[in-house]
Design a protein around this ligand. Structure first.
Ligand SMILES: [Zn+2]
Ligand SMILES: [Zn+2]
Ligand SMILES: [Zn+2]
Length: 157
């Protein structure tokens, strides 16, 4: 048992940790070591910009998740809604990123497009035009939407 620094109540660290982990998706070792669940969560809610993930429902620190995601993806931000239409925690955003369930911007025409759908569209367009290349990301160093990717392949041929 431990004594909460905040309220002075006795609490079970591993129980507090389990409860914390079922509600929050964030690092908690330091705070649960010193504070009961109720105090730990009110400290976190007052110190951080805590949001609920629209995918898994867990609460997370937007700034931390954003930083972590940007370092994983070379600068893709979670925050502004450019790449995802909803708030996602780091884990869910990472999964969506790996599944190509996110939006990107075409560096040629500037349009915003869904990456997974653009890949499928481009593969279809290649078949329709009797082109054998079908990986959108391999045809250019630029990020291209399906339409611009097709134009680029037709130009190159
Ligand atoms: Zn407490
Ligand atoms: Zn999540
Ligand atoms: Zn484009």
């Amino acid at each position: 048992m431990a004594i909460c620094e905040e309220c002075g109540m006795e609490y079970d660290i591993s129980e507090a940790k389990d409860k914390f982990n079922s509600i929050y998706s964030m690092d908690n070792d330091d705070i649960i070591q010193d504070n009961c669940f109720d105090c730990a969560s009110s400290i976190i809610e007052s110190q951080c910009d805590v949001r609920e993930c629209k995918c898994c429902g867990k609460r997370f620190d937007v700034d931390d998740a954003d930083e972590e995601f940007m370092s994983e993806t070379n600068g893709m931000s979670l925050k502004n809604g450019n790449h995802f239409n909803k708030f996602l925690c780091f884990e869910c955003a990472k999964e969506a990123f790996e599944d190509k369930e996110y939006y990107d911007f075409c560096e040629k025409c500037g349009s915003r497009f869904h990456v997974g759908e653009a890949d499928l569209q481009f593969a279809d367009d290649c078949i329709d035009n009797n082109l054998d290349r079908n990986s959108r990301s391999e045809i250019s160093d630029l990020i291209l939407c399906a339409k611009c990717a097709l134009e680029k392949v037709l130009e190159d041929n």
